[in-house]
Design a protein around this ligand. Structure first.
Ligand code: HEC
Length: 194
């Protein structure tokens, strides 16, 4: 046979081998196929949710944080959502030592305009746009009652809500809630008692 003949024969055998190998591999896509190098299937890494090999084997790998652990940015407030607790907050909490500059004034105004003015109105008089659409208007924040609320109690009301007002703790960050208190104080200073 010529050299070309041998080469053709070799290629034909190779093709035959490939076809045979292809036929041998099951083609059901829902089943795991033949594994030539199974190392990556049987990974050495620990399987999620499996029992931890080094810790208590009866416990799940998904360990709970230790008692008293605090998630970043979620410092507990230590108050319940009741009027008594609001009074207690008024006695115990005071405006934190925060920057009192144009930036923070702007932030307070932003928070108030975004979350509060819809009901309380731009000047705090309880005449926000939703009150013209059937929502019962809140009392004016310029009244004696609001002026006399201690900062901490106001902070508690914003955090947990009061009566018809929903809690704003979940939407508005802690520092921003204090900024809102400060903004209300500025409105009270600027506005006359109705
Ligand atoms: C959906 C309407 C609504 C929004 C929005 C709203 N409030 Fe109120 N707010 C009320 C109502 C109604 C009351 C009266 C609650 C009650 O005692 O029945 C109230 C009460 C208050 C009081 C207590 C006033 C007092 O003299 O007792 C404060 C302080 C206050 N809101 C601050 C805020 C701040 C700050 C925001 C924004 C973060 C805000 N509110 C957002 C409706 C709203």
């Amino acid at each position: 046979m010529s050299r070309l003949g041998w080469l053709n024969l070799l290629l034909a055998l190779l093709l035959l081998g490939l076809v045979a190998a292809h036929g041998a591999i099951p083609s059901d896509p829902t089943r795991r196929n033949l594994q030539y190098f199974p190392n990556m299937v049987n990974s050495l890494a620990h399987e999620a949710q499996a029992a931890p090999p080094v810790l208590d084997p009866d416990r799940n790998i998904d360990l709970r944080p230790p008692e008293g652990a605090v998630a970043r940015g979620h410092l507990p407030l230590g108050y319940e959502a009741t009027p008594e607790e609001a009074t207690r907050a008024g006695l115990e909490l005071s405006l934190p030592d925060m920057e009192d500059d144009a930036d923070s004034d702007e932030r307070g105004a932003f928070v108030y305009t975004t979350f509060c003015a819809t009901c309380h109105g731009p000047g705090g008089e309880g005449d926000g746009p939703v009150t013209r659409k059937g929502v019962p208007p809140p009392p004016s924040l310029l009244l004696e009652h609001s002026r006399d609320l201690p900062d901490g109690q106001m902070f508690h009301i914003i955090t947990f809500g009061q009566g018809n007002m929903a809690a704003y703790g979940p939407q508005v960050g802690r520092a921003d809630r204090w900024e809102a208190v400060r903004h209300i104080r500025r409105l009270q200073e600027a506005g006359s008692t109705p």
